[in-house]
Design a protein. Structure first.
Length: 237
């Protein structure tokens, strides 16, 4: 299985606030420490999330945006953009592909990391319908729309030139072919997850649960006992 090294610029596209932290914050922290410039694009505000019935639902989008910015800053990411789509009803539609294409053309990343558009029966919660729709739309944006000068002409009119993304990593995909050793950034990952207070009725369970996931990832990557890994499926386009 291939080790994924840091590149200069990375765009991470996720459906909800906290998705990147549960799925890839150890990797992101590793890349940032190696000098990568990482940007987040969060498609919804996570307005269907939470557990506290005393919190007004109208306040959730603001709370979740603040939590995601705090979590990003915790691991050294300072570029966080939100599209504001409705949580729980995300679909791969033209407007979403256009909006993701816009950000790709603006950021011009060497690598995109997004969620898998395929259901993972070994990790069903990671295959939330919004996650799959977000991954599907992101892959459509990567190819062909962000690179096609004749697609979404309004982007070109706004001065956003076409851009070719050459590499995509899929999170929570049924198959994996690459990994990042996150043993040294595990604490940073947990710290980022714990920034999402509104989503954690029992924060004390987070560390052991996530560590178990990463131990399984390390086993799949054939790393020595005691190491931790986040695993992905790499696509070269």
């Amino acid at each position: 299985m291939e080790t994924i090294e840091a590149v200069e610029k990375v765009l991470i596209v996720m459906a909800h606030p906290d998705d990147v932290d549960f799925g890839a914050a150890g990797t992101v922290a590793s890349w940032v420490r190696s000098g990568s410039n990482v940007s987040y694009l969060v498609i919804t505000d996570g307005d269907a999330g939470g557990f506290d019935l005393s919190t007004a639902r109208s306040e959730i989008p603001k709370i979740r945006r603040e939590e995601q910015r705090k979590a990003a800053a915790h691991i050294g990411v300072h570029s966080v953009e939100f599209l504001g789509y409705r949580d729980g009803s995300l679909q791969n539609v033209s407007s979403l592909v256009r909006d993701i294409s816009r950000v790709i053309r603006k950021i011009r990343p060497d690598r995109v990391l997004c969620q898998s558009p395929e259901r993972n029966y070994l990790r069903v919660p990671a295959s939330h319908p919004d996650h799959r729709a977000a991954g599907d739309a992101t892959l459509d944006a990567v190819y062909p729309y962000a690179r096609n000068p004749f697609a979404f002409p309004e982007l070109l009119e706004d001065g956003l030139e076409p851009f070719v993304v050459k590499e995509v990593l899929l999170s929570a995909h049924p198959e994996v072919n690459c990994f990042v050793d996150v043993t040294e950034t595990f604490d940073a990952k947990i710290g980022a997850i714990l920034c999402h207070n509104s989503q954690l009725p029992d924060p004390n369970t987070v560390g052991p649960m996530v560590k178990k996931w990463l131990e399984i990832g390390a086993e799949r990557a054939k790393l020595p006992h005691g190491r931790l890994a986040e695993v992905f499926f790499k696509i070269t386009i």
